[in-house]
Design a protein around this ligand. Structure first.
Ligand code: AMP
Length: 355
């Protein structure tokens, strides 16, 4: 079977690394000449809305998936008319727009922060009376890693945030005083089979994920699974979905969903019987799903900008290295390591990795 992936970055690379042993072949669409997934399949080098290349994917592939939610809607429409695309256009349209996803959370009784759509300075001023301050103003689409958002702490921040972000559709959210950030990675097959990974606890640095730890058996795991289950079933979803949540101590509030494999699930490669990448591939091609049970407690540390030398990393006991083969560049995710404890005690991250 041949799988088309829109995007050729590290997520596409890890999908292919999981799919190749299943006998799958890959075609990637990515405008970057040095796309890091390219060495694992055929690379169509061009824009995500290049219809000539999209037509080639549709013709050559049995199924298409994607590694990021900002794929142009027109491209997904074009592909969907010619070849099965999973997750489908409706799931993508929901997840790519913060107002759509939060409205769906509300419809499904999934707790979330208060939110109000904003399209002018006066609607922003009005919205603040609903959310109170502090609040977070975000672009509805195209935001990632903390980009496209501003925290409003006092009245004077309202106009400043509008000047910074105004001009595109926005959403104002109440500020969640969370104790920790967690995520639930879930997967649903073409036949409706569902599996849920252990809860992950996530620490960000400069708006980018820094550390994820698996928390098998966490007290909030069941509720997070229940939220994810409602979303999977409502959307008739196929593939891996990530749901990011805030634990406030009193409540579990859903922040956003990603219609794809997710950075906070990279530890599943070594930390679970079947990884998020393999299960996404199994789901989209219509194979039975693999077990999501933890094989121990796992921790993942991201490398942003550059990777320490492999000689140093691999001298640390129990460290598994994933080098995405990307050029070093500030702010860019270039690799990660995973550590798994043999028993269920917390995986110890060597001090050398915590700088
Ligand atoms: P997001 O792009 O929605 O994932 O937001 C990036 C990060 O900003 C999150 O991981 C949180 O740390 C923080 N954040 C986002 N929304 C809120 C909110 N409503 N209240 C408090 N912190 C938030």
């Amino acid at each position: 079977m041949r799988v088309g992936i829109v995007g050729g970055g590290q997520l596409a690379r890890m999908l292919a690394l999981a799919g190749i042993p299943l006998g799958l072949h890959f075609v990637f669409l990515d405008p970057a000449k040095d796309a890091c997934a390219a060495e694992l399949g055929e690379h169509l080098c061009g824009d995500y809305d290049d219809e000539r290349l999209l037509a080639q994917i549709a013709e050559r592939c049995d199924v298409v998936t994607y590694e990021f939610e900002n794929v142009p809607e027109t491209s997904i429409e074009f592909l969907s008319a010619r070849v099965p695309v999973f997750p489908d256009a409706r799931a993508l349209a929901t997840a790519r727009d913060r107002l759509n996803e939060k409205s769906l959370f509300r419809e499904l009784d999934i707790d979330t922060v208060p939110f109000v759509p904003v399209d002018s300075l006066s609607t922003l001023q009005q919205a603040v009376t609903t959310t109170g301050l502090p609040a977070v103003l975000k672009t509805r689409t195209m935001g990632y890693d903390g980009k496209g958002q501003a925290v409003l702490r006092e009245e004077a921040d309202i106009e400043k945030a509008w000047r910074e972000l105004g001009g595109v559709p926005l959403i104002l959210e109440g500020f969640a005083e969370f104790r920790r950030e967690v995520s639930m990675i879930a997967v649903r097959g073409r036949d409706g089979e569902e599996r849920f990974y252990p809860l992950a606890e996530n620490i960000h640095r400069d708006g980018i994920l820094h550390i994820s730890r698996s928390r098998p058996g966490d007290a909030l795991e069941k509720q997070a699974q229940e939220y994810a289950k409602r979303l999977l079933e409502k959307l008739d979803y196929v593939g891996v979905m990530a749901l990011e949540l805030f634990d406030t101590g009193d409540e579990l509030l859903a922040n956003e969903m990603a219609p794809r494999v997710h950075n906070s699930g990279h530890w599943t490669i070594e930390g679970c019987v079947c990884s998020q990448f393999e299960n996404h591939m199994r789901a989209v091609v219509g194979l039975p799903l693999g077990a999501t049970d933890a094989t121990g407690a796992a921790a993942m540390v991201n490398f942003i900008g550059e990777i320490p030398p492999a000689e140093q990393l691999l001298a640390l006991p129990g460290v598994h290295l994933h080098d995405y083969s990307k050029a070093a560049k500030p702010g860019r995710k270039v690799g990660h390591v995973t550590i798994v404890s043999k028993d269920d005690s917390e995986a110890t991250i060597p001090d050398a990795l915590l700088r």
